[in-house]
Design a protein around this ligand. Structure first.
Ligand SMILES: Cc1cc2nc3c(=O)[nH]c(=O)nc-3n(C[C@H](O)[C@H](O)[C@H](O)COP(=O)(O)OP(=O)(O)OC[C@H]3O[C@@H](n4cnc5c(N)ncnc54)[C@H](O)[C@@H]3O)c2cc1C
Length: 283
């Protein structure tokens, strides 16, 4: 299919891009891995595309004392290659290597993935698990939104039409175990169900964050149920109960990847097996 006609704008600076965005009916394009298919299917018909690719100042991984700042235009493949991401954000590193195929990872960006808010995408769940801070910018200034409040529904976020996602800030969580478990129907596909886990485990579970993709109209984190594991010395019975309880909290949409019931069964088994691996097996 051919996309509808659109104008193209190549900004000279971030300020120029934000100024152009103010005109309305403009869609920023980063890696184009979701935007181009949406144009071809005529799901969106913007008057202009605003190319973010010339804005090299939006592509970076910057370590601070307690957090890592990642620019919106940073590509999955750059996060896979980054020694800083591998050392300080191992969950994000693992998830980056599990997105799509090599071509998607070479083009797709963190800013594009979060702004797109596909209910089956990997990074939204990972950003929830980390309690990442998402920084937005417009000609009116900058604001910061917690990942928890950023995702509003399918393909819908807190972003206003005149704003760009500028940066994502992830805390460095020392001494945490991690895993990103992803069930796919075919290699390189979106998740049928994906699960991001970060856990600090000593004699008991000191902290745990569990976030899912593919099970709701937006990424889902089991805030209340997580608390039932904190302070406990988990065993198989407790983890089995957790996996039975967590599926009662969601109503996965049926789609081409599977029915709602099937996704719940996958979620239950994935939860039990993943938590067993993270919490009961020595690292
Ligand atoms: C074959 C295939 C397989 C895939 N598999 C997976 C997978 O397994 N897991 C997964 O998570 N994803 C997968 N994807 C989607 C992929 O991750 C996309 O790269 C991502 O969804 C969008 O990032 P992008 O940089 O390409 O953004 P684009 O496609 O350029 O843009 C996506 C949306 O975000 C907006 N946008 C982009 N950047 C910004 C910004 N900085 N500020 C504000 N708005 C912005 C655009 O206007 C658009 O609405 C797959 C895609 C393909 C084609």
């Amino acid at each position: 299919m051919y996309p509808p006609e659109f104008g193209y704008y190549k900004p000279e600076s971030l300020a120029d891009a934000l100024d152009f965005l103010k005109g309305g009916n403009v869609k920023p394009i980063a890696g184009g891995q979701s935007l181009i298919p949406m144009l071809k299917f005529r799901i969106i018909q913007p008057k202009f595309l605003l190319d973010l690719n010339p804005l090299k100042e939006l592509s970076y991984v910057i370590p601070e004392e307690n957090e890592i700042r990642i620019g919106a235009l940073t590509r999955y493949s750059e996060m896979v290659k980054s020694g800083i991401v591998r050392r300080d954000l191992p969950l994000l590193h693992e998830a980056s290597g599990k997105v799509g195929d090599l071509q998607v990872r070479n083009m797709g960006t963190i800013g594009g993935s979060l702004s797109n808010a596909d209910p089956s995408a990997d990074f939204p769940a990972v950003s929830l698990a980390y309690d990442a801070k998402i920084k937005l910018i417009s000609t009116q200034g900058e604001r910061e939104v917690n990942a928890k409040d950023f995702f509003k529904g399918p393909f819908t976020t807190e972003l206003r039409e005149d704003e760009l996602l500028k940066e994502v800030e992830f805390p460095i969580l020392k001494g945490y175990k991690h895993t990103y478990a992803k069930i796919v129907r075919r290699a390189g596909d979106f998740a049928l169900v994906g699960m991001a886990v970060l856990a600090k485990v000593g004699e008991t579970v000191e902290d745990i964050r569990i976030a899912y993709t593919g099970v709701s109209d937006k990424p889902y984190r089991s805030y209340e149920l997580e608390k039932t594991l904190i302070g406990s010395k988990p065993n198989e019975d407790q983890l089995r109960k957790f996996s039975e309880d967590v599926i009662k909290e969601v109503n996965p949409p049926s789609d081409s990847r599977g029915s709602s019931d099937y996704k719940k069964k996958v979620m239950k088994n994935l939860t039990f097996n993943t938590l067993k691996e993270v919490l009961l097996h020595a690292s």
